[in-house]
Design a protein around this ligand. Structure first.
Ligand SMILES: Cc1cc2nc3c(=O)[nH]c(=O)nc-3n(C[C@H](O)[C@H](O)[C@H](O)COP(=O)(O)OP(=O)(O)OC[C@H]3O[C@@H](n4cnc5c(N)ncnc54)[C@H](O)[C@@H]3O)c2cc1C
Length: 367
């Protein structure tokens, strides 16, 4: 496909494609054994994919947004992008932390010895956003976070708080600190695990602030943007997987009984939607790598990619029929997994409202 990729990018696409093909042969049930996780990680390391998310100074490849889009798209195309261990832990917000905080956490985090969560979403009935106040050399944190992926096993939560008289700030809070409690553990439709947290007078040294206090929201948004791009790239790959599955189905079923013109038109519509979402995601990756402000484009690509895969998988199930709803059918598990993507990292309506606000109220953004 003419994606206007340079030689190195084409080589990466081939590597990721070969890894996807290899992983598609593995029969991974819903609960991934430790042995399987290790096997996937080793194959990904061998293929040069694992380290794309890790910084050069930590022995990684520091992949660009385009590199990551290419890799995730290629893996999604084989319906394997969700497998655990494909990508190494990336520093995320910790990459912007003080040297002291990095020394204490980053090495062990990148080595996979400790894990972290992201505390952003608040309970809908919270009277006040999670807040913090200075107390000498410490901060005292109170509030709650309702949906922390991997929160049950996380050693720390990078938490967005409202720092009194300063503004939004990100703070690293260890989950074993006095006053931190988990009030709910749950799993969601896509099979991922989460926890909700309550913070009651949690005392944290002020060195646990990530970056300058007051810049917390924009720091959190940088993290959210890179996850939005990861979701978009996986969804455009999955859209190709679904299109290929339906093409195969139509080629075989049309011989037996003519499904007719209507299904062909529907298939053409699916391919067109997949093309639009993919084109947008690649264009946005290029903008990010060029250092352009891409916040609106990231939102638009995340919307297009997630809404497209949702529409495609639904239409594909309808075309294939009841067999597509058998538990072992790939469309069933894709249907489950992609449902969450239209809410996670910002619901579609909220992102649409933000794009409008940027253009109408703030005079920002190109789209
Ligand atoms: C699989 C998964 C993983 C997640 N992981 C994390 C995580 O690690 N950390 C974290 O902090 N959060 C996480 N979340 C939470 C996620 O970010 C929220 O679910 C999401 O932001 C929506 O917030 P909400 O659930 O409170 O719903 P609400 O914000 O209440 O939205 C509900 C509905 O109201 C509409 N709505 C709300 N506000 C507006 C508006 N201003 N304009 C128009 N419509 C609006 C929305 O479109 C939506 O239909 C995760 C969610 C999922 C599904």
């Amino acid at each position: 496909m003419p994606d206007f990729l340079d030689e190195a990018q084409l080589a990466l696409q081939e590597q990721a494609d070969a890894l996807g093909r290899r992983l598609a042969e593995i029969d991974a049930g819903p609960d991934y054994s430790q042995q399987l996780r290790t096997e996937i990680r080793d194959l990904s390391k061998e293929a040069g994919i694992f380290s794309l998310t890790q910084p050069l100074e930590y022995g990684g490849l520091s992949g660009t947004s385009m590199d990551l889009t290419i890799a995730r798209d290629a893996l999604g195309r084989w319906n394997v992008g969700h497998l655990p261990g494909l990508f190494g832990p990336s520093p995320g917000l910790l990459g912007q932390a003080s040297a002291e905080l990095k020394d204490a956490f980053l090495d062990r985090y990148l080595a996979g010895e400790i894990s972290g969560g992201f505390g952003f979403t608040e309970p809908s009935d919270a009277e006040r956003h999670t807040w913090a106040r200075y107390d000498g050399e410490d901060l005292i944190v109170n509030g709650a976070k309702s949906y922390v992926t991997g929160g049950s096993d996380a050693d720390f939560i990078n938490t967005l708080v409202e720092l009194e008289e300063v503004g939004p700030a990100m703070i690293l809070i260890e989950s074993n600190r006095a006053g931190v409690s988990v009030n709910r553990r749950f799993s969601s439709i896509d099979g991922s695990h989460h926890a909700s947290f309550i913070f009651t007078d949690v005392r944290v040294p002020k060195t646990h602030l990530i970056g300058k206090p007051g810049t917390g929201l924009s720091r959190a948004m940088q993290q959210v943007n890179s996850v939005r791009m990861a979701i978009a790239a996986d969804c455009v790959g999955l859209s190709r997987f679904v299109c290929e599955l339906i093409a195969d189905h139509l080629k075989h079923s049309e011989r037996d009984h003519d499904k007719g013109h209507a299904t062909r038109i529907q298939f053409g519509h699916m391919r067109t939607q997949a093309f639009a979402a993919r084109s947008s995601t690649y264009r946005t990756a290029r903008l990010i790598d060029a250092g352009e402000n891409s916040v609106n484009e990231v939102m638009a690509s995340k919307i297009l990619a997630t809404e497209t895969i949702a529409a495609l998988v639904d239409a594909a199930i309808q075309i294939v029929g009841g067999e597509a709803l058998v538990e072992s059918h790939p469309l069933t598990s894709i249907f489950r997994r992609v449902r969450a993507t239209r809410l996670a990292e910002g619901p579609t309506d909220v992102l649409h409202a933000n794009i409008s606000r940027g253009y109408l109220d703030l005079d920002l953004g190109r789209i």
